[in-house]
Design a protein around this ligand. Structure first.
Ligand SMILES: Cc1cc2nc3c(=O)[nH]c(=O)nc-3n(C[C@H](O)[C@H](O)[C@H](O)COP(=O)(O)O)c2cc1C
Length: 452
């Protein structure tokens, strides 16, 4: 088992710092200034002191592909492949007694969110937000569910939660709401990249995402019993909020918030989370996850893995898959394949069937898909627009995409979108030598260093 398999959030940060990924900020910072500084920092930002609070703050861990890969200890080109193999080998968690996340326990009148440096993150947000929580809930007769959900500060003991979109947590909450009963939840902050990515993964109902996190880790996640709710929580987390989602339904203002597609979202109406306990480590670090890239990179590896899986089901030899940053790490993909006749178009059809993907470029395996100039070169010289661009209409869409004009829809109506794929593989019938690249004469034998 590697050392990374047993790391907690702090050990992950320390390793990333040793690898040069962390910028330390010594001067005290106000929580509402953290996002601006974090998004300007050259690396993960670690604010050692926060004005008026006993917390330090960290952010930007998943801001780029490189940092995301570093957090997991995986090579950048392997994100999708490693994710796919981990999902196939889930590892159940273990229950432990020693829990750093409960070094300090606040219950009853001592529960006070104003002791936490909850940052106001984007100019037009509806309030300060905790953006990095992974939410645990138990669905009777089904099992534990874990997902990432943002929380908006409302009062010392109440937060808004965004349960607007279809999800397992929304489904579980709806069952309790219909019976007029509160749903117990626990929210963990400052967990390792493995637990974050497991929670972000859209696992089928009944699959405990903490077992997926175990698969990603290659070791069980350590869980401890929560103090005031009947749930198990990550023992090594920086902080846990415990409490219940009230059966008030979709009635409380929540938002606006800077959304994962990089645009300011709308005001929503959502349920209320009432806290029964706050527990945290000594000298806790609040992970202030920054939108949109940290949200997007938590999904990127899963989407790359889904592309690989669907291409392999379609019998297409896939070489590499890249979720591009411009496409928010999932809406726009670039894929290289070892093509046989027709498979450029087959690959487009397969990948566009994934709900999140809106556009895809397919290249041959001689193209380095991580170099956007090479991809554009392939599109320019290997594609005939009237034959090689495939457009599919009337497909499932997401409200967050303004180009589907969600505001024109009737309540309950689901948006539709058109999607496209570009087949930038060498067209059938054109011999490969037509694409022979220029090589400078004597390139193999000459070394620049010998002449400098
Ligand atoms: C950082 C982050 C924040 C997220 N916030 C929300 C949210 O507030 N509401 C939501 O519906 N989905 C949100 N998502 C997406 C869900 O976490 C994701 O769909 C997950 O699979 C849901 O899990 P569940 O269906 O098992 O409950 C977020 C994802 C990430 C990575």
């Amino acid at each position: 088992m590697s050392d990374i398999a047993t790391e907690d959030f702090r050990a992950m940060l320390a390793r990333m710092e040793a690898q040069g990924h962390v910028t330390r900020m010594k001067k005290p910072v106000k929580p509402q200034h953290f996002s601006a500084l974090c998004t300007k920092a050259p690396g993960v930002l670690l604010a050692e002191k926060v004005e008026g609070y006993d917390f330090s703050m960290a952010g930007g861990i998943f801001w780029t592909r490189a940092r995301t890969a570093a957090s997991l200890g995986w090579p950048e080109g392997e994100l999708g492949r490693r994710f796919a193999s981990a999902v196939a080998k889930p590892i159940p968690p273990v229950e432990v007694e020693d829990a750093a996340c409960q070094e300090h326990v606040f219950t009853g009148d001592d529960v006070d969110l104003s002791n936490i440096p909850i940052p106001f993150m984007h100019e037009k947000d509806g309030g300060p937000y905790l953006s990095s929580g992974i939410v645990f809930a138990n669905e009777p007769n089904v099992g534990v569910n874990v997902g990432c959900y943002r929380l908006m500060f409302r009062t010392r003991r109440e937060m808004g939660i965004d349960l607007f979109t279809a999800s397992d947590l929304r489904r579980i909450y709806t069952k309790f709401y219909e019976q007029g009963k509160p749903l117990q939840i626990a929210v963990a902050f400052g967990v390792h990249a493995f637990e974050h990515m497991g929670a972000a993964y859209k696992a089928p109902a009944g699959v405990n995402e903490i077992e997926i996190a175990g698969g990603l880790r290659g070791a069980p996640t350590r869980l401890v019993r929560a103090k005031t709710v009947d749930l198990m929580v990550p023992a090594d987390a920086e902080m846990i909020l415990e409490g219940e989602l009230l059966p008030n339904g979709w009635t409380a203002d929540e938002g606006p918030f800077g959304e994962f597609a990089g645009m300011q979202g709308d005001l929503k109406h959502n349920p209320i989370f009432r806290l029964t306990a706050i527990t945290h480590r000594r000298n806790p670090i609040l992970f202030a996850l920054q939108m949109p890239w940290e949200n997007d990179w938590l999904n990127g590896p899963a989407t790359e893995a889904a592309c690989m899986r669907i291409l392999s089901l379609a019998g297409i030899p896939v070489v590499a898959v890249r979720a591009t940053e411009g496409g928010c790490c999932g809406w726009s993909m670039v894929v290289s394949i070892r093509k046989r006749a027709g498979e450029g178009k087959n690959a487009i059809a397969a990948i566009l069937s994934l709900p999140v993907v809106k556009q895809v470029i397919i290249t041959d395996d001689d193209i380095n898909i991580y170099d956007s100039n090479e991809v554009e070169w392939a599109v320019t010289f290997r594609c005939q627009a009237d034959k090689d661009i495939v457009i599919l209409s009337g497909m499932k869409a997401k409200h967050v995409d303004p180009s589907v004009r969600p505001w024109d829809m009737k309540p309950g109506e689901l948006p539709l979108t058109s999607k496209f794929g570009i087949d930038a593989t060498i067209p059938e019938g054109i011999p490969a030598f037509r694409y022979e690249r220029i090589v400078p004469a004597y390139s193999d034998s000459l070394r620049l260093e010998d002449y400098l």
